[in-house]
Ligand binder design. Structure first.
Ligand code: DGJ
Length: 708
């Protein structure tokens, strides 16, 4: 709801209020919901601005930088008009949030150049998350260049710590909290993709609560916090201005990606708001609210070394345990026997598939499994038919040796011809295999951004526009297909992608201990509904560590369950264990995948960590608790739960695990379970039977309300 009192606009969400004074472009308030209906006059003249430009006495980081036709960079955008829109405007070529709500449109004009700056704030009826974007329009008769156009600027007063989610390949989204003091800190990606290194989701944390920001964009991004000596804390988020220079001919416009922001009193409340928003206003299509299938993926089971027999053996064993979907990963096409060749050759390798993709897919479907396929559409190997016939499709700087990562080059998706080629061949793979699931991989970031006739300053963004053109068309063309994004794990795990892919491969690291952290870090900004989480073999292929099968399953229940190992090699006992796990998962799938998800303990600090998923009515819940270390003569491991109804009584049991025979069963009040620490006396009881001292000890608790 948006209420207006003269130049003042109150944007109200269920639990927050944002107050903007349009004529002076000021923020008057953003925080807990205001209910009094009182006036704002004494707060006028705020130093907190909704945008900032070069050319006045504000030297704090800018949200808008426009290069005039004469090369000058000063602007003086001043208020022109505003209106409330009932239809949320689309952002041409870019993904954005959707849903019913109201949008405030504000227009500011730079009189000497007649350039116009538009800001959009959308509030949805059911969400505390506000969507914000901006647009520049060249109203002059000469060409101008956009040098920076952030999606959102929020000015606060006071000191905030800046929380970011950083990492590397196989160690994505580790939570880091920094006291900035006075100065500027930025979190960004210049890699052409949102990156494993620094996710676009950030939080500013202060005494007044937490402010979360994210960007609906999968390319170069930048989120900065500047804290000045005069006490202003400015947050600016948007497309990265690194190497950025966008030409605007007279009459043309440039739209920023959409950002989202949310105020909440605590990190937990912020995460819940972000989760609900993503599930309702970002993820779309047939699979939005559908329970996701339990899958088996052959990657870690076979890597490139497979044939029809091996694949069918895995599928057969998987089917026996209750798996629903078989995913054929990398290696099924062209001459793809390792990662040095064949990317781009999206025709069947007859030998490895035993007679073609359709033949293999049909055999798998005959077993009663659905069939899913892996593709990496944005890439090319130099050793490929595609490269031999179209070397100019590859992204390279003329006269320079390109950088090869994983032995591959990127395709020049800024070029429409290449986009059309990719759409055609990938659509054909999906159609001819009849796949009901597609894993869309992207195994390297960009290094040689160059395309003939594409201005260098526009390249990165033009790549993204090309990418979005492709994924939006393909996902529309196959509306029943479930899409899982992937980027060497979670390298492009962002809201831009979630507008097309209903789920994402969270990380290539499938080690339970590492996964606990990666999933916990991801859960600050993203719901479990988008996180692929697989049980893999031990010793783990990334870390060499071993953890019991039950531990691996418990941790994978924090996301969308899959198995990624050669299931035909499981022992009879392991087959029984897996079958029991899958039966349990299916019985509780709705709760695990779509319940309210909380972090327990501290995955980045203490010994105890886990997660908990609570049904919307708070009648049922499942928690996974783990201790990362057995501390000799240390404190009894203990945990407090979250999200329960404090006045209800719950029957609490633990899932029987093969390594824990003594199942707990007791009743306790929701208030006690959340406020006290439950001691887990026998968490380490199987220590003697497990030789690896670095193992992760886990338990799964099941809560059922017995009394209100
Ligand atoms: C990286 C992915 O994250 C893996 O799961 C697998 O699909 C490989 N690529 C295949 O090349």
């Amino acid at each position: 709801m948006i209420r207006r009192k003269g130049p003042v606009f109150c944007l109200e969400t269920p639990n927050t209020t944002l107050v903007i004074k349009a004529d002076t472009a000021e923020y008057l308030y953003y925080g807990k919901k205001l209910v009094s209906g009182g006036g704002f006059e004494p707060f006028f003249g705020s130093p907190r601005k909704i945008f900032s430009q070069y050319g006045g006495d504000d030297y704090t980081e800018y949200s808008v930088l426009l290069e005039n036709a004469d090369g000058g960079m000063s602007t003086a955008f001043a208020f022109s008009k505003c209106k409330i829109l009932t239809e949320k405007p689309e952002i041409a070529g870019l993904p954005s949030s959707y849903g019913t709500g109201k949008t405030l449109e504000l227009k500011y004009v730079d009189l000497p150049t007649k350039a116009a700056l538009y800001l959009y704030y959308t509030v949805f009826d059911d969400s505390d998350v506000i969507a914000v974007s901006s647009k520049l329009v060249n109203g002059s008769k000469k060409e101008m260049h956009v040098r920076r156009l952030a999606s959102v600027q929020l000015d606060l007063m006071g000191d905030y710590s800046f929380v970011t989610f950083e990492g590397t390949w196989a160690r994505e989204r580790q939570k880091i909290s920094r006291e900035i003091g006075k100065g500027v800190f930025y979190n960004d990606s210049k890699k052409g993709g949102s990156s494993h290194d620094r996710n676009p989701f950030v939080i500013a944390e202060g005494e007044d609560g937490v402010y979360g920001f994210n960007l609906i964009y999968s390319g170069n991004h930048k989120e900065l916090l500047e804290q000045t000596q005069s006490g202003r804390a400015r947050i600016v988020c948007g497309i990265n201005d690194f190497m950025f220079r966008w030409a605007l001919a007279p009459g043309e416009e440039f739209a920023s990606p959409e950002a989202v922001m949310c105020y909440a009193p605590s990190e937990d409340a912020l995460s819940l708001a972000m989760h609900a928003f993503i599930s309702e206003h970002i993820v779309r299509g047939k699979w939005k609210k559908r329970e996701r299938p339990v899958l088996v993926n052959n990657w870690e089971g076979t890597y490139f070394d497979f044939n029809e027999e091996k694949i069918l053996n895995i599928a057969r064993a998987a089917k026996e345990t209750g798996v629903e979907l078989f995913v054929l990963d990398d290696g099924w096409f062209g001459n793809r026997c390792d990662d040095r060749r064949a990317l781009g050759d999206w025709f069947d390798n007859e030998e490895k598939t035993g007679g073609g993709l359709k033949h293999l897919a049909d055999k798998i479907r005959e077993m009663g499994l659905d069939f899913g396929i892996w593709v990496e559409p944005e890439m090319i190997n130099e050793d490929s038919e595609l490269y031999r016939s179209h070397p100019n499709f590859a992204m390279k700087v003329p006269g320079r040796e390109p950088t090869r990562m994983r032995n591959q080059l990127c395709l020049n998706l800024a070029d429409e011809k290449v986009q059309n080629y990719v759409m055609r061949v990938i659509s054909d793979v999906i159609a001819r295999s009849g796949a009901s699931y597609v894993k869309w991989d992207y195994n390297r970031m960009l290094t040689d951004p160059f395309g003939k006739n594409i201005p260098q300053g526009e390249y990165f963004h033009r790549y993204m526009l090309g990418y979005y053109r492709i994924v939006s068309r393909i996902t529309k063309k196959f509306p029943s297909v479930l899409f899982e994004g992937c980027s060497g794990g979670g390298g492009r795990f962002d809201l831009g992608n979630f507008c097309y892919f209903q789920q994402y491969w969270t990380s290539d690291d499938t080690d339970a201990r590492e996964r606990l952290k990666i999933q916990a870090g991801s859960s600050y900004g993203y719901p479990q509904t988008v996180m692929g989480a697989h049980v893999s073999a031990c010793p783990n292929h990334q870390t060499g560590d071993s953890n019991p099968l039950e531990t691996r399953f418990n941790i994978a229940c924090g996301g969308l369950l899959g198995y990624e190992l050669d299931m035909s090699k499981l022992t009879e006992d392991e087959m029984k264990t897996v079958a029991a796990q899958i039966a349990f998962y299916k019985e509780n799938r709705k709760l695990l995948q779509f319940g309210d998800h909380y972090r327990l303990g501290d995955a980045f600090g203490g010994n105890m960590a886990g997660f908990m998923t609570v049904s919307k009515d708070k009648n049922t819940a499942i928690a996974v608790v783990s201790a990362s270390e057995y501390i000799i003569c240390g404190p009894v491991p203990s945990i407090s739960f979250k999200g329960l109804n404090p006045s209800a009584v719950y029957e609490v049991t633990t899932r029987e695990q093969v390594n824990y025979k003594n199942v707990l069963s007791f009743t306790a009040g929701g208030d006690l379970l959340m406020n006290a620490k439950l001691p887990l006396h026998d968490l380490y009881s199987d220590t003697q039977s497990w030789e690896n001292s670095r193992r992760l000890y886990t338990r799964m608790f099941i809560f059922k309300k017995v009394k209100s």
